[in-house]
Design a protein around this ligand. Structure first.
Ligand SMILES: *Cc1c(COP(=O)(O)O)cnc(C)c1O
Length: 374
């Protein structure tokens, strides 16, 4: 196998689900977002593990992601979080995905696609309470629920909203989340008062689970938390699921004053030994980290020096290294810096780091024995 690989610790993923379960209590269902190939962890394996551990449903962003899960034989409910194009609706219907809908026009098109297929389509109504992406206003919700109820081939299975700042502990963001939840309750109550069943009511992402007890409702949708990154110092103890490894494939002595890699951005300040690592930006090691991030070998940190290339990068081991050729290198993972540390250097979030570990990096699954239902 290739030197550069991502170890996916399924046992940790299970434990993270159990930690979430402990936090939210027995009642709310757990929906596991497996969009973007389960944040880079591998959608099918993660989905199977999630369902074995007691998750009630899955969520994807693209119809193709739902298709991949169905082709793998997964029959659990799958929410489609992003809006597909109308011409994708026949596939949504045939795969039995559950789209989140926000408007009359789309609901009517969904009804037509379902009728054409002669198959009932479950929908969730999305209410925009302050995220500003998709969703109807709380005031429009009862009317849209009514429209869905009148369509013979549609059924309203749930009502959802999405929180914009639930991961923040700043008082004004906390207040904003409370306002969003209040708006959401208005929308849901409106649906009930109009005589319709809102179905499963859900709002909480990871931030909601960790910081907002009243966002848990009938179901929670924590993503990043289950992959092992807490949105803040909270009370849910989670462990990163992915570990990104490579190996030393080449060692060379470099003289003081020699330059390395494209653009000659690094000049050896002293005689030293350089390790060549077969991981680059095409593997998801961002080029912007050039010269700004250390890797870990046998528990010691070594800086990446020079430009990170498409397929390779270089680490400075110092003049007198203990490290030998072929040794394992941790780019991020336990005992080393994490994807969150890497994200912080780049001014981004760990989501973007794990999502971008690319297809040519083999995923190696460990700890797959289920540790039981939650
Ligand atoms: C991605 C997503 C989530 C999960 O968000 P995390 O921040 O990873 O917990 C939940 N709900 C919706 C609608 C999403 O798009």
């Amino acid at each position: 196998m290739r030197a550069t690989k991502a170890i996916i610790h399924l046992d940790r993923f299970c434990r993270n689900i159990q930690e979430v379960r402990k936090k939210i209590g027995p009642k709310p269902r757990i929906c596991v977002p497996v969009k973007a190939d389960a944040y880079g962890h591998g959608a099918v394996r993660i989905a199977r593990m999630a369902l074995e551990t007691g998750a009630a449903c899955l969520a994807v962003a693209a119809v193709s992601e739902g298709a991949e899960l169905r082709e793998a034989g997964i029959r659990a409910p799958i929410l489609l979080l992003s809006l597909p194009l109308p011409d994708e609706l026949p596939e949504v219907v045939s795969l039995g995905l559950i789209p989140l809908v926000s408007d009359k026009d789309f609901i009517r098109q969904a009804a037509r696609a379902a009728q054409t297929a002669g198959k009932t389509l479950e929908l969730h109504l999305k209410i925009d309470t302050g995220m500003g992406r998709l969703g109807c206003s709380p005031e429009e919700a009862p009317g849209l629920a009514g429209l869905i109820a009148r369509e013979k081939y549609l059924v309203l299975g749930g009502t959802a909203t999405h929180l914009a700042a639930a991961d923040s502990s700043a008082p004004e963001d906390r207040a904003y989340t409370q306002k969003q939840l209040a708006r959401f309750r208005e929308g849901v109550e409106g649906i009930r008062r109009a005589g319709f069943d809102p179905g499963i009511v859900h709002a909480a992402n990871s931030g909601g689970v960790v910081f907002h007890e009243d966002s848990r409702l009938d179901m929670v949708r924590p993503g990043i938390l289950l992959y092992g990154y807490s949105p803040g110092p909270g009370t849910v103890e989670v462990t990163p699921v992915m570990e990104f490894l490579t190996r030393v494939v080449f060692l060379k002595k470099v003289k003081k004053g020699e330059t390395l890699s494209y653009g000659r951005t690094w000049t050896a300040p002293r005689d030293t030994v350089i390790a060549t690592l077969p991981a680059g930006y095409a593997d998801g090691l961002p080029r912007a980290l050039s010269g700004k991030f250390p890797v870990t070998i046998r528990g010691e940190r070594y800086p990446l020096v020079g430009r990170i290339c498409m397929d390779q990068c270089l680490a400075d081991l110092g003049p007198d290294p203990r490290i030998r050729r072929w040794e394992e290198v941790t780019v991020f993972g336990p005992g080393s810096l994490t994807a969150a540390d890497m994200a912080a250097v780049l001014g981004t979030i760990p989501y973007e780091i794990t999502c971008n570990i690319n297809k040519r990096v083999p995923r190696v699954y460990q700890g797959s024995a289920s540790i039981g239902e939650i």
